[in-house]
Design a protein around this ligand. Sequence first.
Ligand SMILES: NC(=O)c1ccc[n+]([C@@H]2O[C@H](COP(=O)([O-])OP(=O)(O)OC[C@H]3O[C@@H](n4cnc5c(N)ncnc54)[C@H](O)[C@@H]3O)[C@@H](O)[C@H]2O)c1
Length: 241
Amino acid sequence: MKKIAVVTGAAGGMGRAIVAQLLEDGMLVCGLDVDRAGLDDLAQDDRFTGIVTDLTDGAATNAAFARIEAAHGGVDALVNNAGTCLMSEFPDIPEAEFEKQMALNFSGAFHCCQAAVKQMMGRAGVRKIVNISSNGAYNFDAFDPPHYRASKAALDTLTKDLARRYATDKIAVNSIAPAMTETPLFGVVSKEVLDKAIAQMPHGRAMQPSEIAAWVGFLISPAGDISSGNVIILNQGRDVR
Ligand SMILES: NC(=O)c1ccc[n+]([C@@H]2O[C@H](COP(=O)([O-])OP(=O)(O)OC[C@H]3O[C@@H](n4cnc5c(N)ncnc54)[C@H](O)[C@@H]3O)[C@@H](O)[C@H]2O)c1
């Protein structure tokens, strides 16, 4: 029987690559996103189901997971990928922007974990949660603003808590924390800032979404069964001192 994966932010740059990887790996994929057109596009593949969901709305998120349970009986893997980087400067970050940043990058993932863990219980094999964090939580030279960094640091602490909490239930929870990866999110900064950040990458280029997706696929595959509670930083070795 095919395994069921849920990917949030499925219609975005990283999300599409993760969906493609998991389909290639033989899973059925449910994608949650606010981008209806993007989900419809992905649904041309009948192994993919899109559910339009605003992940900052806990009730809507629970309703999406209820639909997944009704259709598939549960979940084997969850990739919390939806996220954004809002760029106002400290100390003038508007309260609404702060709340929005945390609501999507942290609270949305938190609610998905709560819903998914219940549906993972009792299923075969090692079930997986992969949280897409950011190198920005650990590198303080790059341009990332503090509310973005903090949202990802909170996500990584959730990774560790859940890894410990569910180890004997065989639910493995890891974070992947990429640096510069070429997606539409690059649009949040000017070309000048972007070029400088890409020039600091040791390979002289940004990473591609498919390169990050390959690591997600590895963690979700049986080869990834023995990793839990890790934050895997992908940055071509940029920050090694
Ligand atoms: N691109 C990078 O360089 C980079 C680096 C480190 C981490 N990340 C992380 O990777 C993840 C994916 O980002 P990306 O680069 O693919 O960006 P992206 O903007 O291409 O994709 C984000 C997706 O999230 C969806 N989304 C936004 N708000 C939503 C909401 N309220 N509910 C549901 N879906 C919503 C968008 O519609 C979009 O499809 C994010 O968590 C981001 O923080 C990206």
